[in-house]
Every structure is written in structure tokens, then in C-alpha cells.
Design a protein around this ligand. Structure first.
Ligand SMILES: [Zn+2]
Length: 115
């Protein structure tokens, strides 16, 4: 017998057939998939990503955008290190967590490598 949520809310039924009974699975489908969680709904190829995802709005929170933002912040923090090393500023260092992959610049050779 199907679950009550399928009758009450009109959830779609899983399209897979069970090995044991050879009948169609009675579970509701996983969100955005054709099968239930027991029949491979979360396979990599069924997961919608990026612009294909149903909750995609503007693209500012995609993995690519966040990776780009992190790289920008890392570069900015290293430029701040360079400014302090070269004596261009006496301002306070910025506080807070540093970006992923950030390594502090400690010598002029590090600055040359940055540029
Ligand atoms: Zn199923």
C-alpha cells in the first residue's frame, strides 16, 4: 500500500521495480528524481547542479562563484601582506578568518612569486 503522503499530497511514485516482489516500488520519488532514495535517486548524474537546479536564482552562490570569490579574497589578503612587508601602510591588519589556501607572505621572494 502506498504511503499516506502519496495519496494526500499527490507525490509521484518510484518508477523502479523491486527485486523481491518484481512489482513497482511504492515509495515516493526523491525531490527532482524519478526514483526513491532506495533506488538510486542520489546518483551523481541525477543530481541537478548549477543552472539546472530548481533553486537556481542568480548564480552568486554557485560553487564556481564561491570558489572565485575565495580566490579573490585570498589574493586581497596576500596583497595586504605585501603592503605591510614593503612598508606602504601602517594600518591595522584585517581581522577574521583567512580565505582557503591563504599563505602568509613573509619575504620579498614571496611577493615576487605573487606578482
Ligand atoms: Zn523505489
Amino acid at each position: 500500500m502506498p504511503l499516506p503522503s502519496m495519496r494526500l499530497y499527490g507525490a509521484k511514485q518510484c518508477t523502479a521495480t523491486t527485486k523481491r516482489t518484481k512489482q513497482q516500488c511504492k515509495n515516493p520519488v526523491a525531490y527532482g528524481c524519478r526514483t526513491c532514495r532506495m533506488h538510486g535517486a542520489r546518483k551523481k548524474e541525477t543530481i541537478k547542479r548549477g543552472k539546472d537546479h530548481v533553486k537556481f536564482l542568480h548564480g552568486r552562490r554557485t560553487k564556481e562563484a564561491e570558489k572565485e570569490h575565495s580566490a579573490f579574497c585570498r589574493r586581497l589578503q596576500q596583497l595586504e601582506d605585501a603592503m605591510h612587508l614593503l612598508g606602504m601602510t601602517t594600518a591595522k591588519r584585517s581581522r577574521g578568518r583567512k580565505a582557503n589556501g591563504y599563505t602568509k607572505l613573509t619575504s620579498l621572494a614571496d611577493i615576487k612569486r605573487l606578482i
